[in-house]
Every structure is written in C-alpha cells, then in structure tokens.
Design a protein around this ligand. Structure first.
Ligand SMILES: [Zn+2]
Length: 241
C-alpha cells in the first residue's frame, strides 16, 4: 500500500499535508502553519500524528509545531541547517541524513534560496516531493535569504526529479503565477492549455496542487530559464508583478 496523502488547506492559501505510512501507521504533517486544522484532519480519520515535517523555518510553515507536539508527543523533523530556527525540532535531516518513515523513506534535497536552509522531502518510491516555498505550480518562492545563483541551482536539482513526480508545494498561488507566465511567454501553448484547467478549478475553489514535474518543466518560467541571468530577470519581474 502506498503512502496516503491528504491535503489540508490552512489560513488563506497555505497547504499542509497529512501523510500516513500504512505499514507502520505513522502519520506526518508537513508544514503546519497552525495546529487546529491538522489535529482535526488527523482525528477525523482516526490517525495519530507521530511526526511534524518542516521544509523551512517560516512561521506559516512551523507555527503549529509546538501545539501539535504538546498535543500528540510527536517528533519534529526539520533541516539541520536551520535547526535553531525550527520550533521544537527533535530530528535534524539533510542530504546525508534522510528521513526514515516507517516502511518508506524521504530523501532530503537541499534547495536554498527562499531561505538558506530550505529542504524538500522526496519520497522516491511514492513519486511525491514536498517542496515547501521553493517551487510552486508555475512559480517559485521569493528570495528572502538566498541569491539568484542559489535558487537557480536549487531549480536545477528539482528539475532532475522524474516527470511523474507529484509536486506538493506550500501555497495555492497557481492562478497568479500562471497569468504572469502567460504574459512572459504569450506564445507558449502548454501554459495556455494548463491555464484553462487552472481557471476551471479555481472557479470551483478546487486546488491546483499537486502538479506533475513533467508539466512544471514545460510551463514553469523559473524551470524554463536557461541560465542564472535569465532566472534572475524573471524573478525580479515577478517581484514587481
Ligand atoms: Zn516561506
């Protein structure tokens, strides 16, 4: 049986994710901005949260850590680079220290740029990557702490993920990202086609996340940027958009 993944919408546009590994019954929550929503989502399913997984230190990804930990006694897992900025951290992970989760495992991809310690949890067997605020559907995170060089390198790492990998990001930003992408590259038919689907989903308040890496490679302007210079230009334009 595969990893069970439940999307938990929080705040205005944040996504946390409940993960249940069926063999062990372990349950993780990825990037909980708050505690109540994730605790209820787990309780509704009769699941007990055993782990919090953080991709980076921002409050809208870690704000629920301490309350969930005190309610459940769970283990908080986060990037070793940012251990001092992850509330309640118990287990530090890095590219050299993957995350074992019952019968499965997440490889850690170090993808700095949005923050200096940002990581992705990549469940290779399950074809699922939790990328926080580094890669968005048709977008990428702002460079709050890192440089364009760092973020471009992180994009190149993520581009190596297989096309059928589901990309679970931290926010529902796809409509805005896609409109920006269409303006940047009006002749790109793949973006137009994808946006038809995005408009239809958002009209019904349905999520556009996760997406597949294969479609990101064709439609995400930050993955399409051929070099650091063009990446930095696109990022600067998006900052002013
Ligand atoms: Zn963030």
């Amino acid at each position: 049986m595969a990893l069970e993944i439940v999307q938990v919408p929080l705040l205005t546009d944040n996504y946390a994710y409940l993960l249940r590994e069926p063999k062990s019954g372990l349950v993780g929550i990825v990037d909980p901005s708050v505690a109540a929503g994730p605790l209820k989502a787990a309780e509704d399913r009769g699941w007990a949260i055993s782990h919090v997984l953080n991709t980076h230190h921002h409050w809208d990804h870690t704000g629920g850590n301490l309350e969930i930990k005190s309610a459940t006694g769970c283990t908080v897992v986060g990037p070793s680079y940012d251990a001092d900025r992850i509330p309640g951290i118990d287990q530090e992970v890095s590219e050299d220290a993957p995350f074992k989760f019952g019968a499965t495992e997440a490889e850690i991809i170090f993808i700095p740029g949005h923050t200096l310690g940002h990581i992705a949890f990549w469940f290779r067997k399950e074809k699922a990557a939790f990328v926080g605020d580094t890669l968005f559907a048709m977008g990428c995170g702002r460079l709050f702490e890192g440089t364009p060089e760092m973020m471009f390198a992180s994009m190149q790492k993520l581009k190596k993920l297989p096309d059928d990998t589901k990309i679970y990001c931290g926010h529902e930003y796809t409509l805005n990202n896609g409109e920006f992408a269409m303006g940047l590259d009006p002749g790109n038919a793949a973006i137009k086609e994808r946006m038809d689907d995005v408009y239809a989903r958002r009209a019904e308040s349905l999520p556009t996340v996760p997406s597949f890496m294969g479609e990101e490679k064709k439609t995400n302007p930050f993955l399409l940027a051929p070099d650091v210079k063009s990446f930095a230009e696109v990022r600067a334009k998006k900052d002013r958009y």
